[in-house]
Design a protein around this ligand. Structure first.
Ligand SMILES: Cc1cc2nc3c(=O)[nH]c(=O)nc-3n(C[C@H](O)[C@H](O)[C@H](O)COP(=O)(O)OP(=O)(O)OC[C@H]3O[C@@H](n4cnc5c(N)ncnc54)[C@H](O)[C@@H]3O)c2cc1C
Length: 807
């Protein structure tokens, strides 16, 4: 084996080979793949080979759409047989809720030109005359889905990489690494040591244990996954599409005159959770017919020809699954030169082509061309280091692989992981909790006599009116919102100001006591992180970030930290409970609990102060996320219960109430505020998002300044807009809904919901800047229904003059 390569990829499955294929295609040719067995000998060789494109996230579907376009020409390019057939895919619905899901998929697919047609059961039968239509109420057909020979595709990708200079070393176990600080400098293998500049971990279900060797946490859990191959079936029609009958949890494809039939049972079985043997090469597990029966029985009803066909083989092959059902990709936050692409949850053949492209872009260009945050390894938190958590949650998610993905759905397993000090108090007051980033957060409060429980639905949910009441109270009176889950960082030291000013687009050099709303941008000027920064003293800053983006923000801070010791940064999320006192009576309430002068003159909007509430020291930011006068209180954790009680008692005479996260969502939407992950992403600049006021081009160099200056000069490419839809009753609109003009898709929604004060359905979405002058003629499509939409001249529908905030 050679002793150096620019990039070493561990794992010669479809993902490793696709990464090498795309790296070499983009001009990086000094690439090596090392596999402990033969190519494909992990999960790839035994995959069923269905290539479906539809996922619940828009950009993941687009990534899979790229796979299809690649597979369509790969054989011609490389000369290797790939078995690729664009056979199409039929999706069945047996319930009206499943129909909603199919319509959502078809609507989203349309937004980026992917064809998915809603068809009748009869039309489905014509495409696939082996099915029984019993119970089927509708169907969808995706003509460009297909099937492939997983080994063939992988060998073709490997050949493509090889032809451009990549080297592949098979039967060579990676046993360890050499490090220099946070960098991997060399890979130790059975056949010797190879130095590298970049390491990519594409080891599928071995990802967790290779991660352990690297010091990188990768929450992949291997699960058994079975499918049956039947004997040839007499008179099986040629050119059958692949089939997904998710209400029966099963899928099919044609295979040499018979059928492959598999599925995702509700009680999936984890396997080798403490580590998969390194000798497990091209192996299968023992078939478990008893366990498979729960899928085989409905399958024989759906396709009666199975009854007489007989099963030739029951393949039981393990595969890496993850606690949220999405793959794990991107730069490992613990190391400076390690990338990860593992845990493909039984869609690695469909994802492989696109995933390799994303990885190559990430490595060469610093980021993928699609924003694939749901797959980003930086979405995981400290609790994902717990194997117990990962196994329990992955088990639930495996069981939900084919169940309906409900709006606002919460999961049941591995709950109550991170709890605010107010958890029990608020539970007694009716809090209905949801989980975010391991935190239990009150979504809404059930009044007395109402069951504290979400009922899942695509229609108006049981909590809607109670959230409306919380919303109204925040607008008219005062509410307390527990926002302890906010992610917080302290940055301090003699170099802290200079450092933050280099990272943040806004001017951080403000007087002590200011709170600055800012984004951190990359060199392209697009948004990496979004936060508020309070200047506590000359050299000490408290930075507050949304609950789920802590690790990503931390990674960005860490990768830019000077190493001269002038800046010290640490996460202090657990150090502070947070209570948001919000509403027009919030000052009156807070004044009853503190001696501090919190008048508008002494404590104006956009500043922070330190004072006591009851017996407790607090830091208060006078900012708002909902468009009302309000105070965020950062309270040393052990005082949080006391501060809550103090506020509650003082507020009773005023009529204080609790409010939850669903009320925040609706209040926030009326006010036109944008969210990281929805509106604020690496696809857009602050100028696109209407946050030009947060870009201080007059200050010294900061990351993204040059790009932002150019963008300001020529004008942004996009404009974040607010739309409203009038309807007789509130609409529960789907996410990523296409925005249409003259029947043409001109954008997609980034957030949507109901504004309880303005009594309208509200959507945000980006329009190309040249559309922004077109005032009329918009429509929004949701679940295949088109609604006339009004482009609002002002993005802020509530209190655009900010009178209430500044009061
Ligand atoms: C029964 C079954 C059916 C499936 N059907 C489909 C389907 O129809 N459609 C679909 O899209 N997906 C399907 N999948 C999923 C698909 O097979 C996987 O997602 C995909 O193969 C994962 O590819 P990979 O490259 O990530 O991992 P793998 O193919 O597992 O490759 C990882 C490689 O890493 C190597 N490796 C690990 N540790 C080391 C080490 N220390 N040193 C050197 N090398 C190492 C392994 O030998 C292995 O070759 C199915 C999976 C199963 C189990």
């Amino acid at each position: 084996m050679q002793d150096h390569a620019q990039v070493v990829i561990i794992g010669g499955g479809i993902v490793g080979c696709s990464t090498a294929y795309h790296l070499t295609k983009m001009g990086w040719n000094d690439v090596v793949i090392i596999d402990k067995g033969e190519l494909t000998s992990g999960s790839t060789w035994h995959a069923a080979g269905l290539v479906g494109q539809l996922r619940s996230e828009r950009n993941i579907t687009r990534m899979l759409q790229y796979s299809v376009s690649l597979y369509d020409q790969l054989e011609a390019e490389t000369g290797f047989a790939t078995g690729w057939k664009m056979s199409g895919c039929l999706h069945f619905a047996s319930t009206k809720e499943r129909m909603y899901e199919l319509k959502k998929g078809a609507t989203t697919a349309r937004s980026f030109g992917l064809e998915m047609n809603i068809i009748t059961p009869r039309e489905a039968y014509d495409l696939c005359p082996i099915i029984s239509l019993d119970g089927i109420i509708g169907a969808a057909y995706m003509p460009t889905d297909g099937e492939a020979d997983p080994s063939g595709i992988t060998q073709a990708l490997a050949q493509g990489a090889r032809s451009r200079g990549a080297k592949i070393y098979r039967n060579n176990l990676v046993t360890g690494f050499e490090f220099d600080k946070n960098r991997v400098t060399a890979v130790k293998t059975k056949e010797g040591v190879i130095t590298c500049e970049i390491l990519v971990n594409c080891t599928g279900m071995w990802g967790y244990q290779v991660g352990e060797m690297l010091g990188v946490n990768i929450p992949v859990v291997p699960f058994m996954h079975q499918y049956a191959i039947t004997n040839p079936i007499k008179d099986l029609p040629p050119k059958l599409p692949t089939i997904r009958d998710k209400d029966n949890l099963i899928y099919y494809k044609e295979e040499v005159g018979g059928l492959v039939m598999g599925g995702y049972e509700r009680n999936g079985i984890p396997w080798a959770i403490d580590g998969v043997s390194n000798d497990f090469n091209s192996n299968l597990l023992n078939s478990d017919f008893d366990h498979f029966l729960q899928l085989a029985e409905p399958a024989t009803k759906r396709t009666p020809c199975l009854e007489s066909a007989g099963i030739r083989k029951l393949i039981n092959g393990p595969e890496g699954f993850t606690p949220d059902g999405d793959a794990i990709m991107g730069p490992a936050p613990e190391k400076d030169n390690v990338y990860v692409a593992v845990g493909f949850n039984a869609f690695g053949i469909a994802a492989g082509g696109g995933a390799g492209k994303m990885m190559a872009e990430w490595i060469i260009e610093g980021e993928p061309s699609l924003d694939i945050w749901p797959l980003d390894i930086r979405r995981f938190g400290g609790y994902h280091h717990s194997r117990k958590y990962n196994v329990e949650r992955t088990k639930e998610i495996y069981g939900k692989h084919y169940t309906i993905h409900w709006p606002h759905e919460e999961h049941d397993s591995a709950r109550r992981v991170r709890r605010s000090p107010l958890y029990n108090t608020l539970k007694e007051k009716g809090a209905v909790y949801g989980a975010k980033y391991g935190w239990e957060r009150a979504n809404w409060y059930a009044p007395q006599g109402v069951a504290p429980k979400d009922e899942i639905t695509f229609e108006i949910p049981n909590w809607f009116e109670h959230v409306a009441a919380e919303h109204k109270h925040a607008r008219e009176n005062v509410v307390l919102i527990d926002q302890t889950s906010f992610c917080k960082f302290e940055v301090e030291g003699p170099g802290a100001l200079e450092f933050l000013n280099r990272l943040c687009a806004n001017q951080i050099d403000q007087p002590v006591g200011k709170v600055i709303y800012t984004q951190m941008c990359n060199d392209r000027g697009t948004i990496e992180c979004d936060m508020t920064v309070g200047r506590l003293d000359e050299t000490r800053f408290l930075m507050v970030v949304g609950t789920a983006f802590g690790l990503r923000t931390w990674w960005w801070i860490k990768t830019h930290m000077p190493d001269d010791g002038s800046v010290f940064a640490k996460e202090v999320t657990s150090a502070y409970g947070v209570i948001n006192v919000i509403g027009p009576k919030s000052r009156t309430l807070l004044e009853k609990t503190t001696n501090a002068d919190i008048s508008n003159q002494s404590f104006p909007f956009g500043t922070c102060r330190q004072f006591t509430v009851g017996y407790a020291p607090v830091i208060s930011f006078r900012v708002t996320y909902v468009g009302e006068l309000g105070y965020e209180l950062y309270i040393p954790t052990e005082f949080a219960g006391h501060v809550y009680d103090t506020l509650w008692e003082a507020g009773e005479a005023l009529g204080v109430k609790n409010a939850g996260y669903r009320a925040i969502a609706s209040l926030h939407l009326e006010k036109g505020y944008a969210d990281w992950g929805s509106e604020l992403t690496p696809e857009y600049t602050p100028f696109d998002a209407g946050l030009g006021f947060c870009v201080a081009l007059e200050k010294d160099a900061f990351i993204g300044k040059d790009a932002l200056a150019k963008i300001k000069g020529k004008g942004p490419a996009w404009k974040l807009c607010t739309f409203t839809i009038d309807a007789a009753k509130p609409l529960m609109l789907q996410g990523s809904a296409p925005i249409l003009h003259d029947g043409r898709v001109v954008g997609v929604t980034s957030s949507s919901g109901y504004g309880h004060t303005i009594k309208k359905n509200i959507c945000y979405g980006y329009l190309p800047a040249d559309m922004a002058g077109v005032a009329d003629g918009y429509e929004i499509e949701s679940y295949k229904t088109v609604f006339p939409a009004r482009l609002e001249p002002n993005r802020q529908l509530y209190d655009p003059e900010r009178k209430r905030i500044l009061a």
